[in-house]
Design a protein. Sequence first.
Length: 153
Amino acid sequence: MATNFFQTKWSNRGALEKGLILGGSIFTIIVIARNSKKLIEFLKARRESETYQSDADKLTNKGYKPTYMDSQYIVFANALYSAMNGLGTDEVAVGKIMYRMKNDLDVNKLITAYGKKEGEDLSSWLTSEFDAEEDKDMYVNAPLRANKIKTQF
């Protein structure tokens, strides 16, 4: 009668079998440890996405409607990334995109479309790119306020 792998006592196992079990266990621990950061980032991103979706649902229930199709928010997000990535920031390009946001739902959809670039969300990028608070206000928050948008960065 064959014995079940899980019911075999450790002392009854051969040296090769013990080595394979220990090696496999160590390998598994290493793989989990190396990927735990990615898993944590994935779970955080998922939670943020769910939060933004919940916020979008609340805004929709209040009567807000998106001004653009979802694909356009992706275009805006990529244009923002291009304007801020590399040497210098194209403040005018950032301001023009922010001015095109017509309500809080538009900003929510832009943040969602931007996601994370190089580990940072849109708010972090804007904060790091605009060193002077006055510049961030002029090119980011003032265009939003001009359209009566409550969301500010």
